[in-house]
Design a binder for this molecule. Structure first.
Ligand SMILES: [Zn+2]
Length: 193
């Protein structure tokens, strides 16, 4: 079911989440709601706190981006053989990051109309449980790794604006204030409760 997306200013977006019990009857519903809500908002990733639940769970879709961008761009965002993924990450843990970094612009459904260039590791290794509740240790790179790191940030209470300097935050003061009050034009339901 499509849920309203919590936007900047909500306490839940700024607190670290906890692991969810794998036996929790809430889990399947949560995953379905994340997919429905993300797709409805035409996003490429969404974490549980963004729909008001403080759990280490998120979904990402880098496959869609892979298909949408031209061949020339693919080299910049994906390793050879990588075609992106549609993935569910339950109780993920970041195990390793590469020293190779790269910068690219990111947006966030909880910070509508803001775009920020963020420097992140090219490659990561994480552990997590997949949708079948199987434990996995896996490496990801490029755009997929970036999306995972963005969502991991969310589950740690970190938002895109925490990657911004004080000066930019000052510059964005009024924009952030209107997002906080829900005075922002978006094509999806938002929550400012
Ligand atoms: Zn986000």
């Amino acid at each position: 079911m499509i849920q309203p997306i919590f936007v900047y200013g909500q306490h839940i977006l700024e607190q670290p989440c906890t692991d969810i019990q794998l036996e929790s009857p809430q889990l399947q519903n949560l995953v379905n709601n994340l997919w429905d809500t993300m797709r409805n908002a035409q996003g490429c990733g969404l974490s549980a706190p963004q729909i008001g639940l403080p759990y280490n769970v998120f979904v990402i879709d880098s496959q869609n981006a892979f298909q949408a961008i031209g061949k020339g761009f693919r080299k910049r965002y994906f390793d050879a053989e990588d075609k992106g993924i549609q993935g569910i990450f339950i109780n993920p843990q970041l195990l390793e990051v590469s020293s190779k970094m790269w910068k690219a612009e990111e947006g966030c459904l909880s910070l509508p109309s803001l775009i920020k260039g963020v420097s992140r590791p090219w490659q990561i290794k994480i552990s997590y449980y997949n949708e079948q509740l199987e434990y996995r240790i896996q490496e990801f790179s490029g755009l997929t790794a970036r999306m995972i790191l963005h969502e991991l940030d969310h589950t740690n209470g970190i938002l895109l604006i925490n990657h911004m300097g004080l000066l930019i935050k000052k510059y964005l003061y009024f924009k952030l204030k209107s997002i906080k009050k829900g005075r922002v034009k978006v094509s999806y339901p938002i929550s400012t409760r």
